[in-house]
Design a protein around this ligand. Sequence first.
Ligand SMILES: Cc1cc2nc3c(=O)[nH]c(=O)nc-3n(C[C@H](O)[C@H](O)[C@H](O)COP(=O)(O)OP(=O)(O)OC[C@H]3O[C@@H](n4cnc5c(N)ncnc54)[C@H](O)[C@@H]3O)c2cc1C
Length: 647
Amino acid sequence: MTELISKVPEGPLELKWSKHKADIKVVSPANKRKMEIIVIGTGLGGASAAASLGELGYNVKVFCISDSPRRAHSIAAQGGINAAKNYQNDNDSVYRLFYDTIKGGDYRSREANVYRLAEVSNNIIDQCVAQGVPFARDYGGLLDNRSFGGAQVSRTFYARGQTGQQLLLGAYAALNRAVANGKVKSYPRHEMLDLVLINGEAKGIIARNLTNGKIERFGAHAVVLASGGYGNTYFLSTNAMNSNGSAAWQCYKKGAFFANPCFAQIHPTCIPIHGDQQSKLTLMSESLRNDGRIWVPKKLEDAKKLQEGKIKGSQIPEEDRDYYLERRYPAFGNLVPRDVASRAAKERCDAGYGVNNTGKAVFLDFQDAFKRLGREVVDARYGNLFDMYKEITDVDPHEEPMMIYPAIHYTMGGLWVDYNLMTTIPGLYAIGEANFSDHGGNRLGASALMQGLADGYFILPYTIGDYLASKFKEPKTDVNAPEFEAAEKAVQAKIDKLMNIKGKKTVDAFHKELGHIMWEYVGMARNKAGLEKAIELIQALKKDFWSNVYVAGETGVFNQELEKALRVADFLEIGELMARDALDRNESCGGHFREEMQTEEGETKRDDVNYMYVAAWEYKGDNVKPELHKEPLKFEFAHVATRNYKD
Ligand SMILES: Cc1cc2nc3c(=O)[nH]c(=O)nc-3n(C[C@H](O)[C@H](O)[C@H](O)COP(=O)(O)OP(=O)(O)OC[C@H]3O[C@@H](n4cnc5c(N)ncnc54)[C@H](O)[C@@H]3O)c2cc1C
C-alpha cells in the first residue's frame, strides 16, 4: 500500500518553511538551462509558475485550451485577494490569517501548508504591485482593503470587481517577458489528453491541437498541473464554460491520488437560476457582503406575495424584514463563511421564505449602504457588479434589492500533494485549484487567488528544484519512447470510440443530467441513501453515455463537440468519486453537510475522532472501487474547536 508522506518539516510552525527552503536542494543556473518543464494551465497558478520557472532559467512549455493564456478562468475572479499586511492596523497578522483559514476550512487542512500560505501572502502583494497591478487605493494613496467572509479584519486587496483580471494581466505580462526571452514557449489551444510516465515518473503529455485536431507529444523533466477545478461537474456553476477536471483526472488514472473530492464550495451570492435552458450561473462577488445586507420577509404571507410577483422587496417595511445572518451569527453577521451563509439561505427558502417565483432566492440589499456612505462611494466599490446584475436581470440594485441564491463555485478537493506540491507521481506537481489545496472543507473568500499565486510565484519555484536537482544528468525526454507511443494510441482509441458511438443524445444532455444528479444528491445537503442513489444513477448514466452519445463533426479537425464529449466523459467519473467520498465521510464539515450529522440548530457536526484526515483516493481500474488512503491531520498550533461565528 502506498504510504502518504506529507514531507511537512519538523520544528516551530513559523520556522518550518524557512527551514525547509534551507534544507532542500537547488539546481545550478547552468543545469537549469538544460532542463525542461511542462506547465498545464495559464490561470493565476499556471501563469505565475511558468513565468517564475522561465525567469529562473528553466525551459518551459506552457499549455492552455483557450486562444490566449490571458483568457484562463482566473480572469473571472471579482472580489479580491487576501494578505496579512495589516495595512488597516486592525490587528491582522500572519497568525490570524492562518487561524482564520484553518477555522474557515473546518479543521480539515494541513497546518504547515496553511501557515506557509499566510506567510507568503504579503510577498504576493509586493510582487503584483511591482508588476503594476492597479489595486484600489485609499485617499492617501495606500492600498485599500475590504473584508471577506470568515474574517473580522479587512485584509482583502482588490481592483474594483476585476481583481482576477488585473492579477492575470500582471502574471501574463511576466509570462510574456519569459516568452520574449525564449525561456517559455506558449501553446494556446492545446488540450492535454494524457500524462506520460516513464519508469513511474512524469515525463510528458499527449495533447490535442484544438485548432487542427492533431494529436501531439511533448516531453519534459517534470510536469506541473495548474488546470483549475472541477466545479463544472454540476453542469451549472459560476465557473467558466471551459473549466474542467480532465487533466487532473488523467493524472489520477495514471496513479496520482485524488484528495477530498467531495469538498465542493457553494457560494451564497449568485444570481438565481431562471430556467431550464440556462448553461451558466453568474456570481455576485462576496465583496458585496461588506455593505449589502441579506434578508427575507419575516411573514410567510409577504414571501408568498413576492413569489407571486404581487409586491416588490422595497415595499416590505423594515420591521417586517428578517436579516437572518445578523440574527443568527451576530459576531460575523453578513460576513460569515460561504458554507454557513449558503446553508442559512437554503434553510430560509426551504421554510417558504424565498423571494422570487421559484422560491429559491433571498435579498441582498444596499439601501442602508447608500444612506450611510452615499451612492457615489458605494458605486465606486461595486459599480461594475451592479451594472452586471442589471444587465442580466433588468433590475437596478439602486432601486430594488438584488436577488441571490447559492450555486456551485469552487472545488477544495483535487490532486493530493505533499508539502513540496508534488503528487504521488514523482515529477508531477499540482498547483492552484487543481490540487487539494489549503482550504480544507471550505475555502474563505479571496483565498483562491492567494493560494494560486503563492504556489506559482513563491512555493513551486523552490520545491521543484529539490526533485530536479537529481535529474540534470538525464537527457531530454525522447517523445518517440514506447510510453509516448502507447499513450498516444490510447488517446486516439478513446476519441475514435466516442466518435463511432453515433447515438441519439447530445453531450450537453448527458452533462445536464449529471448536473441534476449532483445537485440533488451531492449538493448542499447530502445523506447516505441519496449518495448511494447518486452512485447508482451516475453509473447508469455513464453506461448510457458510452452507448448513446452523439458527437457531431470529425476527429482530425477543429471540433468543439468532441472537446466537450471528452470532458463530460471524465465529469461522469469525477461525479461518482465525489459521491463515493461524500458517502465515506459520515460527518458534516465545511461545505460537506451530511444531514445525519447536524446539531439541533441545524449547524454542522464534525466527527474529529473518526474523520480528521485527508481522504486520498487511488484509482484501481475502470469500474473497480478506488482505494481510500488516509492522511491523518494533526493540529499542534491551532486550537481545534467547533466553529463559532456567533459570539
Ligand atoms: C466567478 C468567480 C469569481 C471568483 N472570484 C474570486 C475572488 O475574488 N478571489 C479569489 O481568491 N478567488 C476567486 N475565485 C476563485 C478563483 O478565481 C479560482 O480558484 C482561481 O482563479 C483558479 O486558478 P487556477 O490557476 O488554479 O485555474 P484556472 O484559472 O481555472 O486556469 C486553468 C487553466 O488550465 C487550462 N487547462 C485546463 N485543462 C487543460 C488541459 N486539459 N490542457 C491544457 N490546459 C488546460 C485552462 O485553459 C486554464 O488556462 C472566483 C471564481 C469564480 C468562478
